[in-house]
Design a protein around this ligand. Sequence first.
Ligand SMILES: [Zn+2]
Length: 369
Amino acid sequence: MVYSGSTMQFKDIKNQRVLINKLTEIIDSGRVSHAQLFLGETRSGSLALAVAYMQYLSCSNRQHYRPVAPEQWCDDYGNAIDLRADSCGSCPSCRKFMELVHSDLHLVFPNITTTPKGSENPSAEDFQAEFRDFMTKYGQYGTLEQWYYELDVENKQGMIREKDAANVVRYVTMRPYEAEYKMIVIWCPETMNSRAANELLKSIEEPYGKTLIILVTENTERILPTIMSRVQLVRVPSLSLADMFPADFAPLFVDWMRMLFKLNMARLAAWTDSVSKMGRERQKQFLAYSLEALRCCFLLNVTPGAIQPDGDFGDAKFNQSFYTVVTGNNISLMNDAINHTLRAIERNATPGLAFMALSFKMSSYILKK
Ligand SMILES: [Zn+2]
Protein backbone atom coordinates (compact mmCIF):
# COMPACT_ATOMS: atom_id res chain seq x y z
CA MET A 1 0.00 0.00 0.00
CA VAL A 2 1.13 3.50 -0.75
CA TYR A 3 -0.05 6.70 0.89
CA SER A 4 -2.18 4.69 3.23
CA GLY A 5 -2.19 7.22 6.02
CA SER A 6 0.48 7.16 8.64
CA THR A 7 0.45 3.42 9.18
CA MET A 8 3.89 2.09 9.96
CA GLN A 9 3.29 -1.61 10.32
CA PHE A 10 5.72 -3.96 8.66
CA LYS A 11 3.00 -5.27 6.35
CA ASP A 12 2.80 -1.86 4.64
CA ILE A 13 6.46 -1.80 3.65
CA LYS A 14 7.11 -3.06 0.16
CA ASN A 15 9.33 -6.04 -0.60
CA GLN A 16 11.54 -6.11 2.49
CA ARG A 17 10.11 -9.23 4.05
CA VAL A 18 13.35 -11.14 4.45
CA LEU A 19 14.89 -8.26 6.42
CA ILE A 20 11.68 -7.69 8.40
CA ASN A 21 11.59 -11.34 9.45
CA LYS A 22 15.16 -11.06 10.70
CA LEU A 23 14.32 -7.90 12.63
CA THR A 24 11.21 -9.27 14.34
CA GLU A 25 13.10 -12.40 15.30
CA ILE A 26 15.81 -10.32 16.95
CA ILE A 27 13.23 -8.26 18.84
CA ASP A 28 11.33 -11.37 19.96
CA SER A 29 14.53 -12.87 21.29
CA GLY A 30 15.21 -9.71 23.33
CA ARG A 31 18.54 -8.96 21.63
CA VAL A 32 17.80 -5.36 20.72
CA SER A 33 21.00 -3.39 20.43
CA HIS A 34 20.61 0.12 21.75
CA ALA A 35 22.23 1.98 18.84
CA GLN A 36 21.64 0.87 15.28
CA LEU A 37 22.20 2.32 11.84
CA PHE A 38 19.76 1.48 9.04
CA LEU A 39 21.69 1.95 5.82
CA GLY A 40 19.64 2.14 2.64
CA GLU A 41 17.60 4.41 0.44
CA THR A 42 14.65 6.09 2.12
CA ARG A 43 12.45 5.02 -0.78
CA SER A 44 13.45 1.40 -0.17
CA GLY A 45 11.84 1.76 3.22
CA SER A 46 14.73 2.55 5.59
CA LEU A 47 12.91 5.30 7.52
CA ALA A 48 9.56 3.51 7.51
CA LEU A 49 11.33 0.32 8.72
CA ALA A 50 12.92 2.14 11.65
CA VAL A 51 9.55 3.43 12.84
CA ALA A 52 7.81 0.09 12.21
CA TYR A 53 10.61 -1.60 14.18
CA MET A 54 9.91 0.64 17.16
CA GLN A 55 6.18 0.12 16.82
CA TYR A 56 6.69 -3.65 16.90
CA LEU A 57 9.05 -3.37 19.87
CA SER A 58 6.41 -1.40 21.83
CA CYS A 59 3.32 -3.31 20.71
CA SER A 60 1.51 -5.01 23.60
CA ASN A 61 -0.06 -7.61 21.32
CA ARG A 62 2.55 -8.67 18.76
CA GLN A 63 1.00 -10.83 16.08
CA HIS A 64 2.82 -14.02 15.20
CA TYR A 65 1.77 -15.74 12.05
CA ARG A 66 2.37 -19.36 11.25
CA PRO A 67 5.90 -20.29 12.25
CA VAL A 68 8.33 -19.65 9.44
CA ALA A 69 11.78 -21.18 9.65
CA PRO A 70 14.62 -18.98 8.39
CA GLU A 71 15.21 -21.22 5.38
CA GLN A 72 11.58 -20.66 4.38
CA TRP A 73 11.81 -16.89 4.58
CA CYS A 74 12.33 -16.67 0.88
CA ASP A 75 11.58 -18.73 -2.17
CA ASP A 76 14.17 -19.92 -4.70
CA TYR A 77 14.26 -16.46 -6.25
CA GLY A 78 14.97 -14.64 -3.00
CA ASN A 79 11.44 -13.28 -2.57
CA ALA A 80 10.13 -13.49 0.95
CA ILE A 81 6.98 -15.49 1.25
CA ASP A 82 5.38 -14.28 4.43
CA LEU A 83 5.93 -12.10 7.42
CA ARG A 84 6.56 -14.18 10.52
CA ALA A 85 5.21 -11.42 12.78
CA ASP A 86 3.97 -7.83 12.90
CA SER A 87 2.66 -5.27 15.37
CA CYS A 88 -1.08 -5.50 16.00
CA GLY A 89 -2.01 -2.05 14.72
CA SER A 90 -4.74 -1.60 17.30
CA CYS A 91 -3.32 -1.60 20.85
CA PRO A 92 -2.97 1.85 22.51
CA SER A 93 0.76 1.95 21.70
CA CYS A 94 0.24 1.02 18.03
CA ARG A 95 -2.47 3.63 17.64
CA LYS A 96 -0.14 6.35 18.90
CA PHE A 97 2.64 5.08 16.64
CA MET A 98 0.38 5.13 13.63
CA GLU A 99 -0.25 8.81 14.20
CA LEU A 100 3.42 9.33 15.13
CA VAL A 101 2.40 10.86 18.46
CA HIS A 102 3.80 8.25 20.89
CA SER A 103 5.37 10.14 23.79
CA ASP A 104 8.43 7.84 23.89
CA LEU A 105 9.14 8.22 20.16
CA HIS A 106 11.34 11.13 19.15
CA LEU A 107 11.94 11.97 15.51
CA VAL A 108 15.04 13.97 14.67
CA PHE A 109 15.67 15.14 11.09
CA PRO A 110 17.29 17.96 9.11
CA ASN A 111 15.57 21.26 9.73
CA ILE A 112 16.00 24.90 8.87
CA THR A 113 16.56 28.10 10.78
CA THR A 114 13.27 29.74 9.90
CA THR A 115 10.12 28.15 11.29
CA PRO A 116 6.57 28.91 10.24
CA LYS A 117 6.03 30.08 13.82
CA GLY A 118 9.12 32.26 13.71
CA SER A 119 10.71 30.78 16.85
CA GLU A 120 14.34 31.59 17.55
CA ASN A 121 17.00 28.89 17.36
CA PRO A 122 14.64 26.14 16.16
CA SER A 123 15.23 22.41 16.19
CA ALA A 124 13.46 19.34 14.82
CA GLU A 125 11.04 19.68 17.75
CA ASP A 126 9.58 22.77 16.08
CA PHE A 127 8.78 20.84 12.89
CA GLN A 128 7.13 17.71 14.30
CA ALA A 129 3.70 18.45 12.82
CA GLU A 130 5.18 19.12 9.38
CA PHE A 131 7.27 15.95 9.57
CA ARG A 132 4.26 13.84 10.59
CA ASP A 133 2.39 15.23 7.58
CA PHE A 134 5.35 14.43 5.36
CA MET A 135 5.60 10.82 6.54
CA THR A 136 1.84 10.37 6.30
CA LYS A 137 1.69 11.82 2.84
CA TYR A 138 4.63 10.05 1.24
CA GLY A 139 4.87 6.91 3.33
CA GLN A 140 7.82 4.87 2.17
CA TYR A 141 8.45 7.13 -0.82
CA GLY A 142 9.39 10.38 0.87
CA THR A 143 12.92 11.51 0.04
CA LEU A 144 15.04 14.24 1.58
CA GLU A 145 14.32 16.45 -1.46
CA GLN A 146 10.61 16.00 -0.91
CA TRP A 147 10.96 16.88 2.75
CA TYR A 148 12.75 20.08 1.77
CA TYR A 149 10.02 20.74 -0.76
CA GLU A 150 7.41 20.40 1.98
CA LEU A 151 9.38 22.88 4.06
CA ASP A 152 9.53 25.21 1.04
CA VAL A 153 13.31 25.29 1.07
CA GLU A 154 14.16 23.37 -2.08
CA ASN A 155 17.32 25.33 -2.64
CA LYS A 156 18.49 25.46 0.93
CA GLN A 157 20.16 22.64 2.79
CA GLY A 158 18.61 21.65 6.07
CA MET A 159 20.73 20.23 8.84
CA ILE A 160 20.63 18.50 12.20
CA ARG A 161 21.96 21.05 14.66
CA GLU A 162 23.68 21.05 18.01
CA LYS A 163 20.36 21.82 19.62
CA ASP A 164 18.94 18.62 18.11
CA ALA A 165 21.90 16.62 19.42
CA ALA A 166 21.43 18.21 22.85
CA ASN A 167 17.77 17.21 22.70
CA VAL A 168 18.76 13.60 21.98
CA VAL A 169 21.07 13.65 25.00
CA ARG A 170 18.11 14.93 27.03
CA TYR A 171 15.67 12.31 25.65
CA VAL A 172 17.91 9.41 26.59
CA THR A 173 18.14 10.57 30.18
CA MET A 174 14.37 10.77 30.58
CA ARG A 175 12.42 7.77 31.77
CA PRO A 176 10.04 6.28 29.23
CA TYR A 177 6.48 7.46 29.92
CA GLU A 178 4.60 4.43 28.75
CA ALA A 179 6.81 2.12 26.69
CA GLU A 180 9.67 -0.06 27.87
CA TYR A 181 12.14 1.92 25.76
CA LYS A 182 12.87 5.53 25.03
CA MET A 183 13.07 5.52 21.22
CA ILE A 184 14.82 7.97 18.96
CA VAL A 185 14.99 7.95 15.16
CA ILE A 186 17.63 10.19 13.61
CA TRP A 187 16.99 10.56 9.88
CA CYS A 188 19.91 11.74 7.70
CA PRO A 189 22.55 11.98 10.47
CA GLU A 190 25.05 12.88 7.73
CA THR A 191 23.59 16.41 7.80
CA MET A 192 24.99 16.96 11.30
CA ASN A 193 28.04 19.13 11.73
CA SER A 194 30.90 17.67 13.75
CA ARG A 195 29.98 19.53 16.93
CA ALA A 196 26.47 18.11 16.85
CA ALA A 197 27.87 14.66 16.02
CA ASN A 198 30.25 14.78 18.98
CA GLU A 199 27.41 15.81 21.26
CA LEU A 200 25.33 12.92 19.94
CA LEU A 201 28.18 10.50 20.50
CA LYS A 202 27.72 10.88 24.25
CA SER A 203 24.26 9.36 24.16
CA ILE A 204 25.40 6.51 21.94
CA GLU A 205 28.43 5.75 24.09
CA GLU A 206 26.75 5.82 27.45
CA PRO A 207 23.34 4.26 27.16
CA TYR A 208 21.12 5.35 29.95
CA GLY A 209 18.48 2.82 30.95
CA LYS A 210 16.47 1.28 28.13
CA THR A 211 17.00 3.44 25.10
CA LEU A 212 16.97 2.66 21.42
CA ILE A 213 18.53 5.01 18.90
CA ILE A 214 18.20 4.22 15.20
CA LEU A 215 20.19 6.33 12.75
CA VAL A 216 18.76 6.13 9.22
CA THR A 217 20.97 7.09 6.30
CA GLU A 218 21.54 6.54 2.60
CA ASN A 219 25.20 7.35 2.86
CA THR A 220 27.70 6.60 5.61
CA GLU A 221 30.57 8.60 4.12
CA ARG A 222 29.90 11.74 6.10
CA ILE A 223 29.19 10.02 9.39
CA LEU A 224 31.93 10.23 12.02
CA PRO A 225 33.90 6.97 12.27
CA THR A 226 33.52 7.17 16.04
CA ILE A 227 29.76 6.96 15.58
CA MET A 228 30.00 4.24 12.94
CA SER A 229 32.07 2.07 15.24
CA ARG A 230 29.46 2.19 17.97
CA VAL A 231 26.32 1.28 16.06
CA GLN A 232 25.02 -2.02 14.83
CA LEU A 233 24.67 -1.85 11.05
CA VAL A 234 21.43 -3.01 9.40
CA ARG A 235 21.60 -3.00 5.60
CA VAL A 236 18.32 -2.25 3.87
CA PRO A 237 18.34 -3.76 0.36
CA SER A 238 17.62 -1.38 -2.53
CA LEU A 239 14.33 -1.75 -4.30
CA SER A 240 14.01 -1.13 -8.01
CA LEU A 241 11.19 0.97 -9.44
CA ALA A 242 9.64 -2.24 -10.75
CA ASP A 243 9.62 -3.68 -7.21
CA MET A 244 7.94 -0.63 -5.82
CA PHE A 245 5.27 0.42 -8.28
CA PRO A 246 2.51 -1.21 -10.34
CA ALA A 247 3.65 -2.69 -13.65
CA ASP A 248 1.40 -0.47 -15.78
CA PHE A 249 3.15 2.74 -14.66
CA ALA A 250 6.18 2.34 -16.93
CA PRO A 251 4.17 2.26 -20.21
CA LEU A 252 1.99 5.11 -18.96
CA PHE A 253 5.11 7.17 -18.19
CA VAL A 254 6.67 6.34 -21.58
CA ASP A 255 3.50 7.45 -23.39
CA TRP A 256 3.35 10.65 -21.41
CA MET A 257 6.97 11.63 -21.93
CA ARG A 258 6.82 10.90 -25.69
CA MET A 259 3.76 13.05 -26.03
CA LEU A 260 5.50 16.00 -24.40
CA PHE A 261 7.96 16.47 -27.25
CA LYS A 262 5.20 17.49 -29.58
CA LEU A 263 2.02 18.39 -27.79
CA ASN A 264 -1.00 17.19 -29.67
CA MET A 265 -4.16 18.29 -27.89
CA ALA A 266 -6.25 15.28 -28.86
CA ARG A 267 -3.62 12.80 -27.67
CA LEU A 268 -2.99 14.77 -24.51
CA ALA A 269 -6.72 14.95 -23.75
CA ALA A 270 -7.00 11.19 -24.18
CA TRP A 271 -4.02 10.60 -21.87
CA THR A 272 -5.23 12.95 -19.12
CA ASP A 273 -8.67 11.38 -19.43
CA SER A 274 -7.27 7.93 -18.73
CA VAL A 275 -5.21 9.27 -15.81
CA SER A 276 -8.28 11.06 -14.42
CA LYS A 277 -10.05 7.74 -14.11
CA MET A 278 -7.32 6.16 -11.97
CA GLY A 279 -8.46 7.56 -8.62
CA ARG A 280 -6.55 9.94 -6.42
CA GLU A 281 -4.36 7.46 -4.57
CA ARG A 282 -3.09 5.94 -7.78
CA GLN A 283 -2.59 9.37 -9.33
CA LYS A 284 -0.37 10.37 -6.42
CA GLN A 285 1.44 7.08 -6.67
CA PHE A 286 2.01 7.67 -10.39
CA LEU A 287 3.43 11.13 -9.69
CA ALA A 288 5.75 9.60 -7.09
CA TYR A 289 6.79 7.07 -9.72
CA SER A 290 7.45 9.85 -12.24
CA LEU A 291 9.69 11.67 -9.75
CA GLU A 292 11.72 8.52 -9.24
CA ALA A 293 11.82 7.69 -12.95
CA LEU A 294 13.10 11.17 -13.84
CA ARG A 295 15.67 11.06 -11.05
CA CYS A 296 16.95 7.79 -12.43
CA CYS A 297 17.13 9.24 -15.98
CA PHE A 298 19.06 12.21 -14.64
CA LEU A 299 21.54 9.91 -12.86
CA LEU A 300 22.01 7.92 -16.05
CA ASN A 301 22.63 11.12 -17.95
CA VAL A 302 25.25 12.52 -15.57
CA THR A 303 27.03 9.23 -14.89
CA PRO A 304 27.56 7.64 -18.29
CA GLY A 305 27.97 3.90 -18.18
CA ALA A 306 26.32 3.61 -14.78
CA ILE A 307 24.57 0.32 -14.24
CA GLN A 308 21.05 1.39 -13.57
CA PRO A 309 18.38 -1.31 -13.53
CA ASP A 310 15.74 1.39 -13.04
CA GLY A 311 16.57 2.75 -16.50
CA ASP A 312 14.55 -0.05 -18.08
CA PHE A 313 11.07 1.19 -18.97
CA GLY A 314 10.25 -1.83 -21.08
CA ASP A 315 10.80 0.05 -24.36
CA ALA A 316 14.24 -0.25 -25.93
CA LYS A 317 14.07 2.94 -27.97
CA PHE A 318 12.88 5.00 -25.03
CA ASN A 319 15.54 3.43 -22.75
CA GLN A 320 18.30 4.42 -25.14
CA SER A 321 17.39 8.02 -25.74
CA PHE A 322 14.96 9.59 -23.31
CA TYR A 323 17.38 9.96 -20.39
CA THR A 324 19.53 12.38 -22.39
CA VAL A 325 16.85 15.10 -22.14
CA VAL A 326 16.83 15.04 -18.32
CA THR A 327 19.60 17.44 -17.42
CA GLY A 328 20.82 19.74 -14.68
CA ASN A 329 18.88 22.52 -16.44
CA ASN A 330 15.46 20.97 -16.13
CA ILE A 331 15.45 18.27 -13.44
CA SER A 332 14.61 20.57 -10.54
CA LEU A 333 11.97 22.43 -12.59
CA MET A 334 10.32 19.10 -13.39
CA ASN A 335 10.53 17.96 -9.76
CA ASP A 336 8.91 21.17 -8.56
CA ALA A 337 6.13 20.94 -11.12
CA ILE A 338 5.37 17.33 -10.18
CA ASN A 339 5.51 18.04 -6.46
CA HIS A 340 3.22 20.99 -6.97
CA THR A 341 0.72 18.72 -8.75
CA LEU A 342 1.04 16.09 -6.02
CA ARG A 343 0.09 18.72 -3.51
CA ALA A 344 -2.80 19.95 -5.67
CA ILE A 345 -4.19 16.40 -6.04
CA GLU A 346 -3.78 15.95 -2.30
CA ARG A 347 -5.92 19.06 -1.85
CA ASN A 348 -8.65 17.78 -4.14
CA ALA A 349 -7.81 19.66 -7.33
CA THR A 350 -9.58 18.39 -10.46
CA PRO A 351 -7.17 15.70 -11.71
CA GLY A 352 -7.80 16.24 -15.43
CA LEU A 353 -6.93 19.93 -15.21
CA ALA A 354 -3.99 19.34 -12.87
CA PHE A 355 -2.41 16.78 -15.20
CA MET A 356 -3.10 18.96 -18.22
CA ALA A 357 -1.37 21.97 -16.62
CA LEU A 358 1.49 19.75 -15.51
CA SER A 359 1.93 18.39 -19.03
CA PHE A 360 2.28 21.88 -20.50
CA LYS A 361 4.97 22.75 -17.96
CA MET A 362 6.79 19.46 -18.42
CA SER A 363 6.73 19.88 -22.17
CA SER A 364 8.42 23.27 -22.00
CA TYR A 365 11.04 21.93 -19.57
CA ILE A 366 11.83 18.93 -21.72
CA LEU A 367 12.25 21.10 -24.78
CA LYS A 368 14.61 23.45 -22.96
CA LYS A 369 17.04 20.70 -22.00
ZN1 LIG B 1 0.02 -3.17 19.01
